[in-house]
Design a protein around this ligand. Structure first.
Ligand SMILES: Nc1ncnc2c1ncn2[C@@H]1O[C@H](COP(=O)(O)OP(=O)(O)OP(=O)(O)O)[C@@H](O)[C@H]1O
Length: 379
C-alpha cells in the first residue's frame, strides 16, 4: 500500500499543507526544526492513532488551534481509500472513511499500515520494559486491529483491580469477605483478558525471532547474534499459546501473589509486568550493547515488524525519520539496500547527503512551513 496524498490542517507547525505522494522513495529534506518529522508523524498517526514522540494528542494540535485534521489518501491494490481524522485533545477524536463518519476511530485501524523508525526507537533497546511491551502490542494491533479492543479491555481490568488493591492496602487490615469476593471476580477478568494478550504476544515473538536475527545479521554482520526472549511475570512456568491453559496459569499466579498484592496495593502478575528481553550473543542488549549495536537492534526490530506485516499480504508504508545520519557508511548502505524494494519509503533528513544514493526518488524541500517538490525549486 502507499499514501497518495497527505493533507494537514492545524497539525503541529502546519496551518495547512497539501502533499501529493507516490509509491517508491520520497525524501523530505530541510534544516532542523522545519517540520519534516511533523509530516511523517501525521502519516504514522493516521495508521496507529498515536504519535511516536508524544504520549498525548495535545502537542499535535497547532498552538492556539482548537483541533487538528489529518487526511490521507491511501492506495491498496489499486483501490483508493480516504481516511480523515479530527484530533480533539481532551475530547473524543472523530474519523471518517471515504467521507462517511465511523462510530469509533479505532474501527478504521488497519486501513493504513505503517512501520516507523525514528531516533526515539533507541529506547526500544535502552528503555524500560514498557517500551518493548508497547512495541509488541502495537504490532499486534497493526496486524489485527481487534487487538486495540483486547488491549483496552486489559487496561480497564487492570485499572479497576489496582484501585481495589490500593484501597485494600490503604486500610492496613485484612480485607473482608466482600473485598476478597470482588477481587476474585477481577482475577477472573484479568486472567481472561490477560491470557488473550499473552497468547498473542508469545506467538508474535516466535514469529519475530528469526526475522530479527536475520535483519540484525544483515545490518551488523560483525556483531553477535540477536535474539528475543519473552519473560513472563509467571516466572519459570512453561508457557504455551493455549489460551485456556494460560488463563489457568494466570489465575494460579494471582492467587499465589495475592498476599503480596494486598500489601503493596498493585497487580503484580500479568502481561503488564512481562518483559521482552533482547539478547546479543550471550548478553542482554540492555545495559551491554554499544550505541551502534543498540541502533542496529532497534532497526532490526522495526525491519522484522515490516517483514511480518508484509508477509500478511501487503507492504506497510515504511517511514525512516532521521535515521541515516546516525549510521556509519556500511550500515547506511545495507539499510538502504534492505528497504529500497518496499512499495513506499518515506525518509526525512537534514541534508541531501544523509539520504543514501540507493534510495533515489522524489524529494521535497521542507522549510519555513513550506513543502516544495525539488523540481519546482530547481525550475
Ligand atoms: N503544536 C505545535 N504548534 C506549533 N508548532 C509546533 C507544534 N509542535 C511542534 N511545533 C514546531 O514544529 C517544529 C518541529 O518540527 P519537526 O520536528 O517536524 O522538525 P524537523 O524538520 O523534523 O527537525 P529536525 O531535523 O531537527 O528533526 C518546531 O519548530 C516546533 O516548535
Amino acid at each position: 500500500m502507499h499514501v497518495a496524498h497527505l493533507s494537514l490542517q492545524d497539525f503541529r507547525s502546519y496551518a495547512t499543507a497539501e502533499v501529493p505522494l507516490d509509491a517508491g522513495v520520497t525524501s523530505f529534506v530541510g534544516p532542523n526544526g522545519q517540520g519534516k518529522t511533523n509530516l511523517v508523524e501525521a502519516i504514522g498517526y493516521v495508521a496507529t492513532h498515536g504519535s511516536h514522540r508524544a504520549a498525548t494528542d495535545a502537542p499535535l494540535v497547532r498552538q492556539g488551534a482548537p483541533r487538528a485534521i489529518v487526511r490521507a489518501g491511501v492506495v491498496r491494490d489499486d483501490r483508493k481509500a480516504l481516511i480523515e481524522l479530527e484530533i480533539n485533545p481532551g475530547k473524543a477524536n472523530r474519523a471518517r472513511l471515504n467521507r462517511s463518519p465511523v462510530p469509533r476511530p479505532r474501527e478504521i485501524l488497519g486501513v493504513l499500515r505503517t512501520v516507523l523508525f525514528a531516533p526515539e526507537d533507541l529506547s526500544l533497546v535502552k528503555g524500560d520494559p514498557g517500551e518493548r511491551r508497547r512495541f509488541l502490542d502495537e504490532l499486534l494491533t497493526a496486524r489485527a486491529p481487534r487487538f486495540a479492543g483486547v488491549r483496552s479491555d486489559y487496561e480497564r481490568v487492570l485499572k479497576q483491580r489496582n484501585a481495589l488493591l490500593k484501597s485494600a492496602a490503604a486500610h492496613r487490615r485484612s480485607p473482608g469477605p466482600e473485598v476478597l469476593a470482588t477481587l476474585d471476580v477481577w482475577d477472573t477478568h484479568l486472567a481472561r483478558a490477560g491470557s488473550e494478550l499473552l497468547a498473542a504476544r508469545l506467538e508474535l515473538v516466535e514469529g519475530l525471532r528469526p526475522l530479527v536475527a536475520a535483519s540484525y545479521a544483515e545490518l551488523a554482520p560483525h556483531s553477535g547474534a540477536a535474539d528475543l526472549l519473552y519473560k513472563s511475570s509467571l516466572g519459570a512456568a512453561e508457557l504455551s499459546t493455549d489460551r485456556a491453559r494460560l488463563a489457568e496459569q494466570l489465575l494460579g499466579g494471582v492467587a499465589e501473589a495475592r498476599k503480596q498484592e494486598l500489601e503493596r496495593g498493585v497487580s503484580l502478575v500479568g502481561p503488564h509486568r512481562d518483559e521482552l528481553v533482547l539478547r546479543l550473543g550471550d548478553l542482554p542488549a540492555r545495559g551491554y550493547a554499544s550505541h551502534g549495536e543498540s541502533w542496529s537492534f532497534a532497526l532490526a526490530l522495526r525491519l522484522a515488524a515490516f517483514e511480518l506485516l508484509r508477509a500478511d499480504g501487503d507492504d506497510p508504508v515504511l517511514i525512516l525519520d532521521d535515521v541515516f545520519a546516525e549510521l556509519d557508511a556500511g550500515r547506511r548502505a545495507r539499510l538502504a539496500g534492505m528497504v529500497a524494494p518496499a512499495e513506499q519509503v518515506l525518509v526525512t533528513a537534514a541534508v541531501p547527503e544523509d539520504v543514501p544514493k540507493e534510495l533515489t526518488g522524489a524529494t521535497y524541500a521542507v522549510s519555513g512551513g513550506q513543502v516544495v517538490p525539488e523540481r519546482d525549486m530547481l525550475g
